[in-house]
Ligand binder design. Sequence first.
Ligand SMILES: [Zn+2]
Length: 211
Amino acid sequence: MDIKLLSREQETLRFVLSDVSPAFANALRRIMISEIPVMAIDDVMILENNSVMYDEILAHRLGLVPVTTDGSYNLPEECTCKSELGCEKCRASFSLEIEASEPIEVVYSSQLKPENPEVKPVSDKISIVKLTAGQRIKLEAYARLGRGNVHAKWQSVSAATYSYDEKARTFTFLVESTGTMPPEKIVLEAARIINTKSVGFGEGLGGMTES
Ligand SMILES: [Zn+2]
């Protein structure tokens, strides 16, 4: 296997992968799309909301705000707390409290106050809801690690594609992160997951031959 880096611009990584099978290249691509654990808001406690937006829609919009992933968190199903609410090792919280004073006031992702500065909205400029004077929103939101195969809000990439050159037998990859983590980290994590799956498969086969 050989990897040659072509470019790294902002959240986009381009590289050429050679000396691997199409099945391996495709496994790498699919794991980047659906199996890299990243943080996203998964639970919202709405304390006040007299905006025109229903609580459910507001919570849904918050879930779709990409947030940065800090590698120190546990997946909720693997955390020792075994709690539905989570603990500080598997949950990062945000608060939002605003009362509009202008006739039209847009609430942006920058107004979500993170408890842990390492887990914050990727962009400050994502509009969440419009308020008019006197309307109030007060809520707490909780982000957890999850995978894209459960919900697209946990996808680490906005694009993971490759083109195959049959003659040269090379795969030219384009990986664009949502901003939740650097694209090269996504590729490394995908490779680690393939390795873990292969080891598990090997162990399973070993068990079959013994029985
Ligand atoms: Zn926990």
